[in-house]
Write a protein that binds this ligand. Structure first.
Ligand code: ZN
Ligand code: MN
Length: 143
């Protein structure tokens, strides 16, 4: 994580009138440092040693605040196992069907797909999400 990314995030929150707390700061820093697209549980487990009074609900509430401020995106998988990504630049994900890990990959943005979808459906397209599924390199070694 670059120091600027944290600084920018802190400025955004301050401008949105969000009060900073040590826990909020720790969750934000953790999200900006990790590349692993953690679940709420993973974030909670990695910080509970440092903040014994912190609850899962605190983590949830902070993630909602960050989401509203445009600092993280939530990747839902339809089974309550949302993952959180603080990389707001356009990118795509490869998801491991064995362990659930999520890795970033970059590819020119698929804006033609949005245009084609708009033409085909008459929708005013706002965004798109593309994921590829497979077996990650760790899981390949284990087998
Ligand atoms: Zn895997
Ligand atoms: Mn990502």
């Amino acid at each position: 994580m670059s120091a600027t990314a944290l600084q920018e995030a802190l400025t955004k929150l301050r401008d949105a009138g969000v009060r900073m707390t040590p826990q909020r700061h720790a969750i934000l820093t953790y999200l900006l440092e990790t590349m692993s697209h953690p679940t709420v549980d993973e974030i909670y487990k990695s910080l509970e040693g440092k903040f014994p009074n912190m609850s899962i609900a605190t983590v949830y509430n902070n993630l909602r605040t960050f989401k509203e401020a445009g600092l993280v995106r939530e990747l839902t998988y339809g089974d309550n196992s949302s993952r959180f990504d603080a990389n707001m630049l356009e990118h795509y994900h490869a998801v491991c069907v064995k362990c659930g890990s999520v890795e970033d990959f970059h590819y020119p943005s698929l804006y033609e797909v949005e245009e084609q979808a708009a033409i085909s459906t008459g929708f005013q397209i706002e965004t798109h999400r593309m994921e590829v599924y497979g077996i990650c390199s760790c899981c390949q070694i284990k087998n």
